[in-house]
Ligand binder design. Sequence first.
Ligand code: SF4
Length: 145
Amino acid sequence: MSAAELDMSWQEAGACQNTPIHWWFPEAFEGVPPEARALCRACPVFAQCHAHALRHEQHGVWAATSPRQRRRLRKAAGLRSFVERDPDVVADVAQMFERGFTPPQIGEALGMNRRTVYRTLAAAGHDLTPVDNWRRQARTGSNAT
Ligand code: SF4
């Protein structure tokens, strides 16, 4: 399902409607501002928001969680990140890889860490032999394949 197809109608009942945007996208730190936390705790759609954010939101405060907290929760729950499940991202990663870009180059171009690049390629069913070769070369400094 693409982001455009997601049912976000629950958001209309969110307690965060008409509140300052900087509560939800704080610039100075990655935590959860107290005002946002208080609203989320009393929000009637907290459960829907939390489930949605865990699967789909990389940035901002959702359901009283910061991006970092959601990354930890995702990892603990064994969920793949939204990046790894987005067909457009998967296609971009695969295309760059097939054109000979290394995982760090792909990560830099697409704003992903290299581990996510590996996992994205693996989840998409790509043959990871070239990645393994690249890693071996990177470790040994050898150019041999
Ligand atoms: S849980 Fe928080 S972020 Fe989510 S809709 Fe409610 S108030 Fe907004």
